[in-house]
Design a protein around this ligand. Structure first.
Ligand code: MN
Length: 670
């Protein structure tokens, strides 16, 4: 798998007629000088590696800048030259690519995907979202390293690299749809991780190879003749290679023998247009008996990932079961090179048609979304316990930039992640163009636009609404910088409001003695100091409330105030040093909701997400059927959990009001 720079130039010229050979050679010489005297593990000069990486990329029809980026990709990491040297010599664009790869080189596999790991992968995706070419160079880099992995003497190191490859880079290649790279990477990992199984399968494949080749050749010749007779022009028929790993996986998953899988023949027919696809199908079915129930028309009905082709299985030459894919050249390009085809192909077309840049980007954005979906559906990955994205969501700015957030985050989190100023001024949000509450839970793929205001914000209550520490810290920082008197007034307001939310008279209820006790409890002198701490979020009002009232007094069955709207902004934090007794309270809720499909499901999902049991749920429709009342009992542990429930319920689209009732009460009319 080692290549020379001349081979790179020759391969690139085939698809880039205007290739600037001089520029490419300059990068080559620069890298060669930088890596001078460095050797690869197999003893070859280091420059062989970046050159081979570039060569792999010519397979994907990578553009000139990508090839140059590949040639330079290890310079800042391993040599005396740095990024600014690269920028000086090759410009900003190239430096950006190389910088991205350098950052990606810090992505390392660990058994337990810790925060750092998620962080690195996040970088990986965010960087490649900025420029997909970065990840393509990284994949080619990895493929070349894997192809020379045998030169690494330590078996543990080989295993670690192979595992990292199969858990991180193979899924990425897969989801970007770059089958060619993916298959090669997979087989190399297979060889490293399961050497005996690999050898066994390889031997079987070699034994079958001759027979296979012969049948494929005869099949292709036959079909060519049929097509010629029908005057189809500019077509291609090719045998589809099965990777050893894919055969092995099928043997394991489907419990079939090697021959049952390997001896099937796969052929691909590529023609000019969709009309010819159906014509080709007709010709094939006329000449070979189709296998019943195997015809799939993914041209008329594309797969959800956009894949298009007609699939059919026939009894071919000598009755050999032959699987056929029929597609146009465009479909072929798309399915073989995936995102790379999108990028390089549309880029070339773009020059002619001057497509908007955002259009190109959105294709990539779509792919990122699929990554998340597919990572979850991929059994193989699941077995290897890669759950990097389980707790993350990816959302987008209107311009298509990716922001990744923890699950459960809302538009306020998003706003603070974009910019402190936007967070502070956030007034409302458009999610996928629809006006939503700022606390509406975001989902992967949402496009979010924040509408700002000049009004003084945020208030301390926001601390309970956000999910990310970044947002919390920024809010606290803002609050702390307010004038002291203002903070005290805020603290007083929020404490008063919360106490009232539980049906008590409010702050005036607190006796001087209790105030003293609170100060001692928090080791703070002065009641105003306490209010100050509450006002800037250093003490949570709930902690004071928990100290003043027992849980029974707050959410016990007899404590529910009549028809008081449940306090909307609850505490998400559980840092109460005072704790709560492990008693479960049956809290009686009454919700006024818009009558829509899925409402009950959403309610039970939210409760399930909090691990809360629901008892006796009933619903009543309003007279005009537009709204309904949902009444249920929930088993709730403490005040923090109660407020969380209220918060979560308010987040469900269409929930208008959340009320807590006394146990004996029944539904009210709207
Ligand atoms: Mn490298």
């Amino acid at each position: 798998m080692n290549h020379k720079i001349e081979e790179v130039i020759e391969a690139a010229r085939k698809y880039i007629p205007e290739l600037n050979k001089k520029r490419l050679l300059k990068a080559y010489e620069f890298a060669k000088t930088a890596h001078e005297r460095q050797l690869r593990k197999d003893g070859s000069p280091y420059i062989v590696h970046p050159v081979s990486t570039a060569y792999i990329l010519t397979d994907l029809h990578a553009d000139e800048d990508t090839l140059i980026g590949a040639l330079l990709h290890d310079v800042p990491e391993d040599t005396e030259y740095n990024l600014s040297d690269i920028e000086k010599n090759f410009g900003k664009k190239i430096a950006f690519l190389v910088e991205g790869i350098t950052k990606l080189s810090k992505v390392h596999y660990r058994h337990n995907m810790e925060d750092r790991q998620v962080e690195s992968l996040k970088k990986l995706f965010i960087h490649s979202a900025q420029d997909i070419r970065i990840i393509l160079i990284k994949l080619a880099d990895r493929l070349h390293n894997m192809s020379t992995i045998q030169a690494i003497p330590k078996p543990e190191k080989r295993t670690r690299i192979a595992k990292e490859t199969i858990e991180i880079y193979v899924p990425v290649a897969n989801l970007l749809g770059i089958w060619e790279l993916k298959g090669q990477l997979e087989d190399l990992c297979f060889k490293t991780l399961f050497p005996e199984e690999f050898k066994h399968i390889e031997e079987l494949a070699q034994q079958s190879a001759l027979k296979q080749k012969n049948i494929i050749k005869r099949s292709i010749n036959n079909i060519k003749r049929f097509f010629d007779e029908n005057k189809i022009k500019n077509f291609r028929i090719e045998g589809r290679k099965k990777t050893l790993f894919s055969v092995y996986k099928k043997m394991l998953n489907k419990g079939r023998s090697f021959h049952e899988i390997y001896d099937l023949i796969g052929l691909r027919v590529i023609v000019n247009n969709i009309g010819q696809c159906y014509q080709a199908l007709g010709i094939l079915h006329q000449n070979f008996t189709p296998k019943l129930g195997r015809l799939k028309d993914y041209i008329a009905i594309p797969k959800s990932n956009g894949y298009q082709s007609i699939h059919t299985t026939v009894f071919g030459v000598d009755g050999t079961i032959t699987e056929l894919q029929i597609r146009t050249w465009d479909m072929h390009l798309e399915s073989e090179y995936g995102v790379a085809a999108h990028y390089f192909y549309t880029n070339r077309v773009e020059k002619k048609r001057s497509l908007k840049k955002t259009q190109k980007k959105s294709l990539w954005v779509k792919k990122i979304l699929e990554i998340q979906k597919d990572l979850k559906n991929n059994k193989f990955i699941e077995n290897l316990k890669l759950d990097v994205f389980q707790d993350r969501i990816f959302v987008f700015t209107p311009k298509g930039d990716v922001v990744d957030l923890p699950k459960g985050a809302n538009s306020i989190d998003f706003a603070f992640h974009i910019h402190t100023e936007i967070g502070r001024r956030a007034a409302s949000t458009l999610i996928n163009g629809k006006n939503e509450n700022l606390t509406h839970r975001l989902r992967t793929g949402d496009i979010i636009e924040i509408i700002t205001t000049d009004a003084a914000r945020p208030i301390v209550d926001w601390l309970d609404l956000v999910h990310t520490n970044l947002a919390k810290n920024k809010i606290k920082e803002y609050l702390k910088n307010q004038p002291e008197e203002k903070i005290i007034i805020e603290g007083e307001r929020v404490l008063d409001q919360k106490i009232k939310g539980y049906g008590y008279a409010g702050i005036s209820d607190i006796t001087a003695e209790e105030k003293d006790l609170i100060q001692r409890q928090f080791e703070i002198k002065g009641w105003n100091e306490i209010l100050y701490m509450i006002g800037c979020g250093l003490i949570h009002a709930n902690d004071v409330i928990n100290f003043l009232f027992s849980t029974d007094e707050l959410i016990g069955e007899e404590s529910a105030p009549k028809n008081i709207d449940a306090y909307k902004y609850g505490g998400e934090r559980s840092h109460s040093s005072l704790g709560a007794p492990p008693v479960v309270h049956k809290v009686h809720f009454l919700l006024e909701v818009i009558n829509r499909v899925g409402m009950l499901r959403d309610i039970s999902n939210e409760m399930a997400a909090l691990g809360i049991n629901i008892l006796k749920l009933t619903t009543t429709l309003s007279e005009d059927s537009s709204r309904s009342l949902v009444e249920f009992f929930a088993e709730i542990r403490d005040v923090n959990q109660y407020e969380k429930v209220v918060n979560y319920l308010y987040r469900i689209p269409g929930v208008l009001k959340v009320k807590r009732l006394q146990n004996t009460e029944s539904s009210l009319k709207i």
